[in-house]
Design a protein around this ligand. Structure first.
Ligand SMILES: Nc1ncnc2c1ncn2[C@@H]1O[C@H](COP(=O)(O)OP(=O)(O)OP(=O)(O)O)[C@@H](O)[C@H]1O
Ligand SMILES: [Mg+2]
Length: 422
């Protein structure tokens, strides 16, 4: 992996390069234009909110750039006390810029500010909004925290939604063109799908699989595994468990773009739920163990041609295992082996915690830690257990953080035991 992150290299510089969220963008543009033309809008602050990686921060940067504002950007969670905020930002809301350019104030990542001991930070921001003579923009993932209420009331709320698959593909396609990579549409569709509306993670994934290549195919991306796409998985599971012919069970998988490793876990978890007769369950488990055997062989020999056997055992093998059982409605459950990854604290909290650890060690802002360093950490944690263990020690990461970074139970275990052994 090269030193430059594609999320930086291909960060939109102008609004037209920001994909998706057309409504949010034009609402914001109207509002900022009013400021530019000296008409102070009714709401002096705009509050952008929505899930990670949808382009909130870049939209503001691009907007400032397009309209010629000087953007004064603060990561709110790095300033926690009223005094700090006032000292750093307070005057910026008033004074004219040295260059004579109009100013725009941005408080990013407000989520970090609630829940901290000092509630003064929010108070200071509200004070700044009230007195502001320039546009103020606030960003948070979740604006519905009760502590934000007074702030919400003084802001124009702008929602950012998960970015649609087509828009993500468009962005990925553009990157591929500029990198001189020929990309299979199916591969890009897979990446876009897997990102679930998060453009940042789609770009990080693309770089992980495509860097240094001239061409990427579906096979190149499939190993990334699918995030929990429940509906699709349920449909495929239903088709497998209810199939009365091998071909039907096989077709269930071929039509769907589900990741085979993930599907394996789902089938494994749900065989005992779908089949009532213990002998049927045993036969199905036997088929699964054969699938697993081929999986091992493929990993050792890199002979991907064996992949079709995995599919056959997983689907036809499991479907044909039911001699006595007639599965009716099955309430599928999420694979236990993967479940614990999604347990506990929210993803966001974990992200923040890891970012804090990086910040302490590397002396960067939490924002930089999250955007520039964490993506690398993920790649290392997913691919190099020894190095990951060393980093985990250095950053003093706990087991939960390690699981989060690997997103893979087995890998996490490996790293944790290395950590304990050293
Ligand atoms: N809509 C988009 N169009 C193009 N690139 C995007 C878009 N959204 C995100 N990106 C890419 O992902 C990176 C991160 O985006 P950004 O910082 O704007 O996300 P965010 O919505 O602010 O997320 P967070 O809530 O985590 O702060 C950008 O630098 C850019 O490379
Ligand atoms: Mg952001």
């Amino acid at each position: 992996m090269g030193a430059v992150l594609w999320t930086d290299k291909y960060k939109p510089r102008t609004l037209s390069e920001v994909v998706g969220n057309e409504k949010a963008k034009s609402k914001l543009l109207e509002w900022a234009k009013a400021w530019k033309e000296g008409r102070i809008p009714e709401k002096k602050a705009a509050f952008l909110y929505g899930p990670p990686g949808t382009g909130k921060t870049v939209t503001v940067e691009a907007l400032a750039n397009d309209l010629g504002f000087e953007l004064i950007e603060t990561n709110a969670s790095d300033f926690r006390t009223e005094a700090q905020i006032k000292r750093v930002i307070g005057s910026a809301a008033q004074a004219a810029s040295l260059t004579g350019k109009p100013r725009m104030l941005l408080f990013d990542e407000l989520d970090g500010i609630v829940g901290t001991a000092d509630a003064g930070g929010l108070k200071a921001i509200m004070g700044i909004v009230k007195q502001a003579r320039c546009p103020v923009i606030l960003i948070a993932n979740n604006p519905w925290d009760p502590k934000f209420r007074p702030l919400r009331e003084m802001c124009m709320m702008v929602e950012f939604k998960r970015v649609g698959k087509r828009d993500i593909m468009k962005h990925l396609q553009r990157i591929c063109e500029r990198e001189g990579i020929r990309a299979d549409r199916k591969a890009l569709a897979f990446l876009a799908d897997r990102a679930n509306g998060d453009v940042r993670s789609a770009v990080v994934d693309l770089q992980a699989v495509a860097q240094g290549k001239k061409e990427i195919t579906y096979e190149d991306v499939a190993w990334l595994g699918m995030r929990d796409r429940k509906k699709e998985i349920f449909r495929v599971l239903g088709n497998i468990f209810h199939a009365d012919k091998c071909s039907r069970a096989l077709a269930a998988v071929k039509e769907a773009e589900v990741d085979l490793d993930m599907l394996f876990e789902w089938i494994y978890e749900n065989v005992p739920r779908a089949y009532k007769d213990p002998r049927d369950v045993a036969r199905a488990m036997d088929a699964l163990s054969r699938a697993d055997m081929f999986k091992g062989r493929i990993i050792r020999t890199q002979d991907w041609g064996l992949g079709r056997y995995i599919t056959t055992f997983m689907t036809a093998g499991v479907a044909m295992a039911k001699e006595k059982s007639k599965p009716g409605f099955v309430k599928f459950s999420f694979p236990e082996r993967i479940r614990y990854l999604s347990r506990g604290r929210s993803e966001r909290e974990l992200q923040m915690k890891i970012a804090e650890a990086i910040k302490r060690r590397c002396h960067v802002s939490t924002k930089e830690a999250r955007e520039k360093i964490m993506p690398y950490l993920r790649v290392i944690f997913q691919n190099n257990p020894e190095m990951a263990a060393g980093l985990a020690r250095w950053l003093d990461l706990d087991e939960e953080a390690i699981k989060f970074l690997t997103a893979d139970a087995k890998r996490a275990k490996e790293i944790i035991s290395l950590l304990k052994a050293s």
